[in-house]
Design a protein around this ligand. Structure first.
Ligand code: SAH
Ligand code: SF4
Ligand code: F3S
Length: 471
């Protein structure tokens, strides 16, 4: 698609601002301030999207509450990555029949990846008639217009056309804290891994202009934000669609020039496009954390091919070696799917052997969940759920042992950590992150929240480190 058609004109954004102004008046007639409840499922991309939606709601005059019964506007931002994610959303929607019955003027909005799926949208249309607005991720920027239509006309609004997707700059955002921020650098996905729904619900890959990203990072750094995470389904594809192409490593190097006391992280990096240039750039750039989430999915080359991942076990392992050569202190994490259709026990054990070889700091592990409409969902899947669970448990046992062993090597060390909040635990009242992103439960004064501190690590379990502030 033509780049000019992807970048939304300011007139389109201006229409949203006008809708926000009208809604500000309209909603104030119902309640002052109007109350909004926002629930977010899914990945960081969805969290970042919700911050945009909340930014729009705030400009409409809304205050936020964390319980839907009194809300004038309920917004559910959904995920479709696995069946379980969808079930939770239907559960939440079911509950909302009561809130709507008590408050018929409540406006219930369903958005996000699940809303973009035709089957789910149909089901909501027919069976969840209390839902007023349904829109997919590509229509997010139009939320004010859609909400205005539903509020004025009091009819149901569906905006779920299968769209390539656009880029909207200049919409408001409500950040959850002044310590950490998400910055989307691109939207959509072109990879079509055979098990994955994301390319069908998030449209094609499109990169934000580097100037817009740099400006956002500059503002965050100036505001004192300490941790900035760049988001994209495959950040290594960044820039391919720009008029003046630039790659992700070049973008990182440009961001690194921005002054300030902050760290940059990013996710997700697809192994097929990660390479020496990325690793050497990470090693060289002082603001870039030595942390890499490099989802392998499987340790078996046959399964990787069936997943359409574009790399083999060997080529993946080689990249891990390069990355560690460039950054000996690299914290490495991954995603794994166990039980892809047709995977045998021996193949699943190849994944276990890969994690033993790589020794990740931590893993996100999933049992395969068929997604209607994806190629993998049509493949024969003879292994039973029980068998897959046994393989999955073996994988977890290995990884838990490895994570604990790696955490043990931190004990007795002094590290710089970012104190990011409270735990609610009397003994270890603060939570913090190492530069590599590992969680630390910390003893120290509350005043440190939002600051870097020196921590001495005294203990660990599988998932976290424990320590005290020494400075
Ligand atoms: N873009 C990222 C992944 C986003 S989805 C990447 O390519 O790495 C996050 C994770 O969910 C994936 O890495 C995968 O491990 C898991 N996942 C995706 N589809 C799945 C499915 N159908 N069943 C089980 N897990 C799935
Ligand atoms: Fe899904 Fe693959 Fe795209 Fe990741 S890269 S979002 S797993 S299709
Ligand atoms: Fe879920 Fe969509 Fe993210 S399907 S994992 S919310 S991209």
């Amino acid at each position: 698609m033509d780049r000019n058609a992807i970048l939304l004109p300011q007139s389109a954004i201006g229409r949203q601002r006008e809708a926000i102004e009208k809604l500000r008046g309209l909603l104030a007639q119902e309640h002052t301030p109007p109350l909004a409840y926002v629930q977010t499922y899914g990945c960081q991309q969805n969290v970042a999207d919700s911050q945009r939606l909340m930014g729009m709601l705030r400009e409409m005059g809304c205050a936020f509450i964390d319980e839907p019964s009194r809300a004038d506007i309920v917004l559910i931002n959904t995920c479709a990555i696995r069946e379980n994610a969808e079930k939770r959303v239907y559960g939440a929607l079911g509950q909302l029949t009561h809130t709507k019955a008590n408050n018929p003027r409540q406006l219930i909005c369903l958005c996000g990846c699940m809303a973009q799926q035709e089957s789910a949208a149909e089901k909501v249309k027919k069976s969840y008639r209390h839902v007023d607005i349904v829109f997919g991720p590509q229509a997010l920027w139009r939320f004010p217009e859609l909400l205005l239509e539903a509020a004025e006309e009091r009819h149901r609004v569906f905006s779920i056309a299968d769209e390539h997707g656009t880029i909207a700059e200049g919409l408001p955002v409500l950040r959850e804290s002044g310590i950490k921020a998400w910055v989307s650098i691109m939207y959509g996905c072109n990879n079509f891994c055979s098990y994955c729904i994301v390319p069908y619900v998030r449209g094609r890959e499109r990169s934000r202009e580097p100037e817009a990203i740099l400006q956002e990072v500059r503002e965050l750094a100036e505001a004192g934000v300490k941790e900035i995470t760049l988001l994209g389904q495959n950040v290594n594809s960044y820039g391919k669609d720009l008029t003046r192409p630039m790659d992700f490593s070049d973008l990182l190097a440009e961001i690194d020039k921005i002054p300030g006391d902050y760290l940059v992280r990013f996710m997700t990096s697809h192994p097929k496009d990660a390479g020496e240039k990325l690793f050497s750039t990470m090693a060289r750039c002082g603001h870039v954390a030595h942390q890499l989430h490099l989802p392998v999915q499987s340790g078996c080359s046959r399964v990787l091919k069936a997943m359409n991942r574009g790399y083999t076990r060997e080529s993946y392992l080689e990249k891990v070696r390069w990355a560690r050569q460039a950054m000996p202190d690299l914290v490495l994490t991954s995603d794994i799917i166990i039980g892809f259709p047709g995977e045998t026990e021996a193949e699943a054990m190849e994944t276990v052997s890969l994690i033993e070889e790589v020794r990740y700091d931590a893993l996100f592990t999933f049992i395969y969940s068929p997604r209607p409409g994806t190629p993998a969902a049509k493949l024969p899947d003879p292994a039973s759920r029980q068998e897959k669970q046994v393989w999955f448990d073996r994988l977890l046992a290995s990884q838990n042992r490895i994570s604990a062993e790696i955490h043990q090597t931190y004990v007795g060390r002094r590290l710089r950590v970012l104190v990011d909040g409270e735990t609610g635990d009397a003994e270890w009242p603060l939570s913090a992150r190492t530069a590599g992103g590992r969680l630390v439960h910390l003893r120290g004064p509350k005043e440190l929240i939002g600051q870097y501190a020196e921590a001495e690590i005294a203990g660990r379990n599988t998932w976290a480190l424990f320590g005290s502030c020494v400075r």
